[in-house]
Write a new protein. Structure first.
Length: 471
């Protein structure tokens, strides 16, 4: 019997509507896989089996009645445990929130439920989401289904591991510096970081406010681009609780419109080297899109280094300024990775009012210059990271004879948080060790539909998705 848990989410929904599979059958298959694999992967921190089965039975009854069904009716999904799901843990991996149970759904969760999705449970994160490796003092580390000795990434590492291993049809992560895109790249799945405000971040912890509203977003993760599209369509739209929200209409472009977009690609930023296989993946992606009829040319934007340095001010320095006081008198409750992050924050230059204002103004100037360059190339291709998935605890790597440090390895995603561009990751190839390698597709703000359309073309050309060894 085929493994139902690896069907695309849109295919699950179609077969449910056509009564070829039942929501109960699908829920039971996912719950069985979670029971078998989660002890090894530690992707979920909470699964509500009784509620899942009850909702699946209700979904099946609705199908049999012939009622109106939502686009995700009966599809089992997961949610990162930093996003509120009523009745479930929302601890963001920290002892400071141990046992915190959400009393209401975040708007995006409510929208997914209205579309018929069934939330299996909530997934593991690094403490306060401040790492690219998922580990904390509450639940321990999450392992990759590609290699248990490696990380699925962070901070949406639990989500990536669950989706990659077939323990979820798709789900929701959050991203302030690559936290959707790096885990997608590490785990061989797809992920979308939207423009701030396109999908409401209301109900996320830590909240996206002040300068963090400029860089922190929530977005879909799935095994296929069509599933990303389906999740995005349901989740997108303004909400009063999101300070960046705007009433942008959903508008999928026609094929000829997309083919007129010029695509620029770059293999590295001239500062942080990437592995030869990562470099080749970008070249392969560029060639694949040429075969699909796109005009693709080499192009490396200016201003990336200043964007990287400004991102550090916003995410590392300001983040540390907000988080450090929370642990006053409770220093023993911070795990080693968070302590390391706070040390990095403390090492950054002090940031008083004038310096903060200057950073904000410089950010806007860099962004304006970047967007002006994108008038020529409205889609960019580049790596999502310097390396594939790393072994637990590693903090530097030798790449092309140069040491690449931890924060620098993810600068390829950090820029676009600072600049506010939507960006997706799609698997393209594999390393010699058999680890997935994705490529990042970047678009103009509020043009997620263009990004996802190009991502679908790339996915169709490469056909790179595989079932991981541990599945």
């Amino acid at each position: 019997m085929p493994d139902l848990t690896f069907l695309p989410a849109v295919e699950m929904a179609r077969q449910i509507r056509e009564k070829k599979i039942s929501p109960v059958e699908l829920a039971e298959a996912h719950l069985a896989k979670i029971e078998r694999l989660n002890p090894k992967l530690n992707a979920y921190v909470q699964v509500d089996t009784a509620r899942v089965l009850r909702e699946a039975q209700e979904a099946e009854a609705a199908v049999m009645r012939g009622g109106v069904l939502g686009p995700l009716h009966g599809v089992p999904i997961s949610i990162k445990s930093s996003i509120e799901v009523a009745g479930m843990k929302c601890e963001a991996g920290t002892r400071l929130r141990a046992g915190f149970i959400a009393t209401q759904d975040a708007p995006l969760v409510a929208r997914l439920k209205t579309a018929g999705a069934i939330v299996l449970g909530v997934t593991n994160t690094p403490e306060m989401l401040m790492a690219w490796e998922t580990d904390n003092l509450l639940y321990g580390r999450t392992n990759s289904p590609w290699d248990l000795e490696r990380t699925p990434g962070g901070s949406s590492g639990g989500e990536a591991a669950a989706i990659s291993a077939g323990m979820s049809a798709g789900g929701v992560g959050s991203d302030g510096g690559g936290s959707i895109r790096v885990p997608a790249h590490f785990s061989g799945i797809c992920g979308l970081k939207p423009t701030p405000g396109r999908i409401p971040s209301t109900g996320h912890y830590p909240p996206s406010g002040g300068p963090f509203a400029l860089i922190g977003v929530v977005g879909p993760m799935a095994r296929t681009v069509d599933d990303l599209k389906a999740l995005f369509e349901v989740m997108q739209g303004p909400d009063d609780g999101d300070t960046c929200a705007a009433p942008v209409p959903l508008q999928w472009p026609a094929d000829d419109e997309v083919k007129r977009l010029k695509i620029g690609y770059f293999e590295d930023d001239g500062r942080t080297p990437v592995t030869p296989e990562t470099r080749q993946a970008v070249r392969s992606a560029a060639e694949a899109l040429r075969r699909a009829g796109f005009q693709v040319e080499p192009f490396r934007p200016e201003g990336l280094e200043e964007a990287r340095l400004l991102w550090r001010k916003f995410f590392v320095k300001m983040g540390g300024m907000l988080i450090r006081p929370m642990f006053d008198g409770r220093e023993q409750d911070a795990n080693p990775m968070l302590k390391q992050y706070l040390d990095w924050s403390a090492a950054e230059p002090e940031l008083g009012g004038p310096a903060l204002l200057d950073a904000w103004i410089r950010r806007d100037a860099v962004r304006a210059n970047f967007l002006a360059q994108m008038r020529q190339y409205s889609i960019l291709l580049c790596p999502p990271a310097a390396i594939p998935a790393f072994r637990h605890g590693e903090r530097s790597w030798i790449v092309e004879g140069k040491t690449v440090h931890y924060l620098d390895a993810w600068s390829y995603t950090e820029w676009f948080n600072l600049l506010g561009n939507p960006a997706a990751v799609v698997p393209v190839s594999y390393s010699r060790e058999g680890l997935p390698i994705g490529v990042q597709i970047v678009g103009l703000p509020w043009h997620e539909e263009h990004v996802l359309t190009v991502a679908a073309a790339l996915e169709n050309q490469c056909q790179a998705w595989r079932i991981p060894p541990l599945s």
